[in-house]
Design a protein around this ligand. Structure first.
Ligand SMILES: Cc1cc2nc3c(=O)[nH]c(=O)nc-3n(C[C@H](O)[C@H](O)[C@H](O)COP(=O)(O)OP(=O)(O)OC[C@H]3O[C@@H](n4cnc5c(N)ncnc54)[C@H](O)[C@@H]3O)c2cc1C
Length: 463
């Protein structure tokens, strides 16, 4: 029927015109995603999880990518040392996948890397006073309840513009909590460990406004660095290349100066830790806009110190996951992980946190061992033997890292993290855990920042 055919034809024509119009209004990135970065030369500074993630995304989109890494190893704050035993990974940096639900990108990556997990149980803990008196279950529960109440009250009472540190806010709102040495232990062993700094230095308002994935934490039995190995497959990584200068003043390209040579590229991703930005170890030309300098200054970067000690015989309870020790000095070796719950080796891994982490970082191996053994001997007796092997960390002294992870200091806001994630001049891009407030201080936060930065580059090319 000709009439109908005419109507259909006209309708079809209208539809085609509409489709063409819609296509012209659509951002080309949706239609030609893989073409956008084809042939672009991009340099990534830093081979930690964020830099490696960005690089592998970029490669999949057709870019030519070179990674410049100052250290002689990849992974940055993810590093596994196997020298204590075949089933005893010593995680120098990140140790747990926090919230290993299927939504957690680190968990997804670990699954793809064939990782095996050990589920840790925070509730499987025995806690002692520094003279060796063990806490009853009732005492432990009362302490945890008070600690949670203190954090809850601070959360309820503070306005967003409050500039108090956490300790001061608790002191003002719920002073009884601080009079209880047990609560101070919980504030240190849990909150200071989580934030990588002391309760005197972290913002009371924003210290726990970040997000978390679901499920209890796991340890990766075949080493956290399994995910780094997987991520780095087929990437061009130049080790021992410490970048000292990034020059974006030329209209057509970016110049990057490392200790080895000068590189040129179209865009640059800087994934170095906040500690390196704070120390101004990289010169930017022209200098970074004022808002970046302010945010770098405002956010904090603390430390967490670990010591792993291997003993010939076990002198502690084999089945207990964690030992808490309410040491006289806040933050001093107050939380211990028992390797016997997942390994054949008699290893205790101790943590110093808050301001004490910075003190521990200044000790040499001998001093650190003596200091940590004093704490263990106060609990398990003077006759426990010296360890046969010891491994230590000093993150604040690692010249290419300078700390453990970022934290919101009083007066800073989530906006400071946002500022540090914003591109400069469509050529200089940033990623790293310190550019992602929601999941800062974690491997998944760093990973997500690596994904985000590639989208930023695509957007910049479209503009
Ligand atoms: C002790 C400790 C315990 C932790 N525990 C956990 C945990 O249990 N779970 C968790 O999820 N997260 C944990 N984290 C945090 C997690 O490790 C980090 O958030 C994450 O690994 C950071 O990745 P990134 O890519 O942002 O930075 P990085 O891994 O630090 O990578 C940055 C890279 O830049 C390089 N670099 C620096 N300067 C230069 C330069 N001038 N030129 C070239 N390269 C340079 C560095 O060498 C480094 O390799 C822990 C961290 C530490 C230190």
């Amino acid at each position: 029927m000709p009439v109908n055919q005419n109507i259909l034809t006209r309708r079809r024509l209208l539809k085609l015109l509409l489709m063409a119009y819609c296509a012209s209004m659509m951002p080309p990135v949706l239609g030609r995603k893989s073409q956008l970065l084809k042939g672009k030369n991009i340099i990534v500074i830093g081979a930690g999880i964020s830099g490696l993630t960005a690089a592998s995304e970029l490669i999949q989109k057709g870019a030519n990518v070179t990674i410049l890494e100052a250290n002689n190893y990849i992974g940055g704050r993810i590093k596994t040392d196997w020298s204590l035993g075949k089933d005893a990974p010593f995680e120098v940096g990140a140790g747990w996948i926090h919230g290993p639900s299927q939504d957690n990108p680190t968990k997804q990556l670990a699954d793809k890397s064939g990782c095996k997990y050990f589920l840790t149980n925070d509730d499987n803990i025995s806690t002692f006073d520094s003279d060796g008196t063990i806490w009853s279950d009732e005492k432990f529960e009362a302490v945890v309840e008070k600690w949670e109440k203190a954090l809850y009250l601070v959360d309820q009472e503070l306005e967003l513009n409050d500039r108090r540190n956490l300790r001061k806010a608790i002191q003002d709102i719920y002073p009884a909590a601080l009079n209880d040495p047990g609560v101070l232990w919980a504030l240190s062993a849990y909150t200071e460990f989580d934030k990588g700094t002391s309760i005197e230095k972290v913002s009371a308002v924003f210290h726990d406004d970040d997000k978390a994935f679901d499920k209890p934490d796991v340890i990766i039995k075949n080493g956290y660095d399994s995910i780094i190995k997987k991520l780095s497959e087929n990437l061009d990584i130049r080790l021992n290349n410490k970048v000292s200068k990034i020059d974006i003043s030329d209209k057509d390209f970016v110049r990057v100066q490392s200790n080895n040579k000068e590189f040129k590229c179209d865009s640059i991703i800087c994934s170095v830790p906040l500690g390196i930005l704070k120390a101004k170890n990289i010169k930017f030309k022209p200098s970074l806009p004022k808002k970046y300098i302010k945010s770098i200054d405002k956010l904090g970067f603390g430390s967490v110190t670990k010591i792993a000690m291997k003993f010939k015989d076990i002198f502690w309870d084999k089945e207990t996951q964690y030992f808490g020790i309410n040491t006289d000095i806040k933050g001093r070796w107050n939380y211990w992980l028992n390797y016997r719950t997942f390994s054949r080796e008699n290893i205790l891994l101790g943590l110093s946190v808050g301001d004490y982490a910075l003190i521990a970082d200044r000790m040499n191996d001998q001093e650190m061992k003596k200091d940590a053994m004093k704490v263990l001997r106060d609990v398990w007796g003077r006759n426990i033997p010296d360890p046969t092997d010891v491994l230590t960390t000093r993150w604040s002294k690692e010249e290419n890292i300078l700390g453990a992870y970022s934290y919101p200091s009083p007066g800073s806001t989530p906006r400071d993290y946002k500022v540090l994630s914003t591109p400069v001049d469509g050529k200089l891009f940033f990623c790293g855990e310190h550019t992602n407030f929601d999941y800062s201080a974690t491997t998944h936060g760093a990973y997500l920042s690596g994904i985000r930065v590639v989208k930023d580059i695509e957007k910049a090319i479209l503009n």
